[in-house]
Design a protein around this ligand. Structure first.
Ligand code: PLP
Length: 400
């Protein structure tokens, strides 16, 4: 049937580790692979209370279609939240509720990217972002990343070389805080410098931020959007990692002239995001549940991060390094150049019953083989410790 596929669909490729990751669903496997919140971090009781109230009092609204841009009270609550928690001034008209940030990535691609347009991102970068841009036939080019995120010199050089060749990217895509996959954070100086370069070369910045509220240590860093005095940053926020990914409630705050186009794109994508979920998210914020809940999640994830890093110190062989995240859900391991995380993953699953995500999944050109991403949010404390012990055993066998 492939003769019926569109050119676009022909270009879409399933990740080559999907089959391997399916194995991770087996009960004997400890998976440090997925980017999932911990199920104990879901505020089920509060959501049950809210659902009962919504169905009793507001079912005529909550079970109906709603505005494409999102229900007004939630949009207003999110604008207030952006001010309170991110120091960003926004207007309700420029904030659109989306069906997860993943939809925002698609809508932005739909609205901005023509085939062969270039999106610049870091190497490594979020695999779902890369996938969304590629689905719209964009080309992905990368700049270097170190322990403090995107390297400005690399961006500057790339933009200048492109200009010399009469090219420029449409978008610079970054996950600047507790990045998925590497857990690293760009400092404010780099954020400002990136923005200045974007202004000089007339490029838009897409700031994807699911994790910054999950900071357990260190100084808060203002979002790139905070420095955006002339309106060229699109900011993505989501309730997925704070409240629940199953609700699929996220938002995008865009420069004025873009939001209208994105709303039109969203109309053709899904008419509106789930109205019921939007009412739940609104009530969760409105009843003052969000901030205390985030504190609980942070305490849980900080404990898990400490357990994981301590176990890594204890069980991983010499010659490996890893990031020490101050928040978020991931740590990123760097192994000696010759090591191939795909081979290690096969061995880890088959022999030691533990899984992770291979580094090359996050590199648009398939490089990065000597890295792996480990998630610390999802597993129980015991499984985290045992999972790292098992992975340490695999790594030791690989290194002899
Ligand atoms: C960087 C990044 N962006 C976007 C998403 C998608 O989030 P959502 O559940 O809001 O679609 C994720 C999820 O892991 C992510 O890590």
């Amino acid at each position: 049937m492939s003769r019926f596929f569109s050119d676009r669909a022909r270009g879409m490729k399933a990740s080559d580790i999907r089959e391997l990751l399916e194995l991770t669903q087996r009960p004997e496997i400890i998976s440090l692979a997925g980017g999932l919140p911990n199920t104990k971090a879901f505020p089920a009781e509060q959501i049950a209370e809210i659902c009962t109230d919504i169905l009793k009092n507001d079912s005529h609204k909550a079970l109906q279609y709603s505005a494409t841009e999102g229900i007004r009270p939630l949009r207003q609550a999110l604008v207030d939240y952006m001010k309170r928690s991110f120091h960003v001034d926004g207007e309700v008209d420029n904030l659109i509720v989306t069906t997860g940030s993943q939809q925002a990535l698609s809508l932005i691609s739909m609205g901005l990217l023509d085939p062969n347009d270039i999106v610049l991102t870091t190497a490594p970068s979020y695999v779902g972002g890369i996938g969304a841009f590629r689905a719209f036939q964009a080309r992905i080019d990368t700049v270097a990343q170190d322990d403090e995120g995107l390297v400005i010199e690399s961006l500057s050089e790339k933009l200048s070389t492109m200009k010399a060749n009469f090219k420029k990217p449409k978008l610079i895509y970054v996950v600047p805080t507790f990045q998925n996959p590497a857990g690293v954070t760009m400092n404010e100086k780099r954020r400002e410098e990136m923005l200045e370069l974007a202004i000089d070369y007339d490029v838009l910045i897409l700031e994807d931020d699911p994790y910054s509220r999950l900071r357990f240590e260190g100084e808060e860093v203002k979002p790139v959007k905070y420095f955006d005095y002339e309106g060229r940053v699109i900011f993505l926020g989501t309730m997925s990692k704070l409240l629940s990914p199953g609700l699929r409630v996220a938002w995008m705050l865009s420069p004025k002239d873009l939001s209208r186009k994105f709303a039109i794109a969203k109309q053709s994508a899904d008419l509106c995001s789930t109205t019921f979920s939007q009412h739940i998210a609104y009530e969760f914020i409105n009843r003052g549940y969000l901030e205390p809940h985030i504190e609980k999640v942070k305490a849980m994830y900080m404990r898990k991060k400490d357990i994981m890093l301590k176990a890594m110190d204890e069980h991983f062989p010499e010659g490996l390094t890893w990031t020490k995240p101050e928040g978020g859900m991931f740590t990123w391991v760097t192994m000696p150049e010759h090591m191939d995380s795909k081979l290690i993953l096969m061995r880890a699953i088959k022999e030691d019953h533990v899984a992770f995500v291979i580094g090359s999944a996050f590199y648009p050109d398939g490089s990065g083989k000597n890295h792996m991403r480990l998630n610390f949010s999802h597993s129980s404390d015991e499984k985290l410790e045992e999972g790292i012990k098992r992975l340490g055993a695999t790594l030791k066998k690989e290194m002899v």
